[in-house]
Design a binder for this molecule. Sequence first.
Ligand SMILES: *Cc1c(COP(=O)(O)O)cnc(C)c1O
Length: 365
Amino acid sequence: MTGIRPLPQVEQLIPYQPGKPIEELQRELGLTRVSKLASNENPLGASPQVISALEKASQEIARYPDGSAYALKRRLAAFHSVEPEMIVVGNGSNEVLELVVRAFAGPGDEVIYDQHAFAVYPLSTRAAGATGVVVPSSEGFAHDLDAMAAAVTNRTRLIFLANPNNPTGTYFGRSEFERFMQAVPERVLVVLDEAYFEFVSHSDKLDGSQLLDRYANLVVTRTFSKVYGLASLRIGYLLARPEIADYLNRVREPFNTSHFAQLAAMAALDDQAFVQRSVAYNREALAELKATADRFALETLPAYGNFLTVHFGPEANAVNNALLKQGVIVRPLAGYGMAQWLRISTGTPEEQAHLAEALETILHV
Ligand SMILES: *Cc1c(COP(=O)(O)O)cnc(C)c1O
């Protein structure tokens, strides 16, 4: 022990628990067949155009990247029909979420999020020494937007919303969101995390990127980790009014995203056919996961992203351990206050068959 102590808010943090890496399970159990359905990655991989862009760029390692991500921001601006000054690029959308907290909330400030919200919101809030205000979900684990608006006090600086939410997969539509925005004072920033936006099919689909004109206090985050399949490269971004983006750029590291991540993101954006294929595949894969859950009479939450949240009851932890022994990695949700549930990402046909076989053995149905 060194006797050196961190800030009190850091001492109390519980680190983010990622999905178990494939190599780790192989090492631990000596397994060869491992199916990872734990991190909402794209089972189709990434666009072939991304791979060839990266191969061409392999001679450029020694140079610093363009810290301002000039070219990528221009492409994203055209894609969303906004100004480049409204974009902040980050090392995963995780980083831009963290930048928002760092720039806007500190000790004495309140940050509102849902009881079962994405783990990064409480982590970043607490790390900044701000106070997290946890709003209970409504029935069915959905965000209770009325209760969240009602939780605003004169200390509130930020509200985090994930749509769809992870790990619950729940969704709210545009009219419900607009009602919420009208109830929230303009001095409170609303961060709308649309990490799974592309997967959503809904009669009242919400596209936050199209509402920035209307709401000065809206911040929208997107990622290349999910449908675009670039999770390992770490790249995501945020859309907001230029003044807000400017503040965030002041706390951003100068070279926060790599040259390769920026090139890959541009190539990925250019291949919207790959996105369409991925979304279509995901729809089928989700239907198959749901059929598997139904076969074992397991309750599921409505799924709008690329994962299914499944109720296994008091045995959930035992089922998770048994799945690991058979080489299937899913996501336990005890850390989210959902100890009876497991989150299962869509996978390749082989991976999903592996899951179904393993469940058959474990549940003896
Ligand atoms: C996966 C995910 C993210 C993004 O992760 P990055 O890889 O850091 O871009 C953001 N929000 C939610 C809700 C997610 O599930």
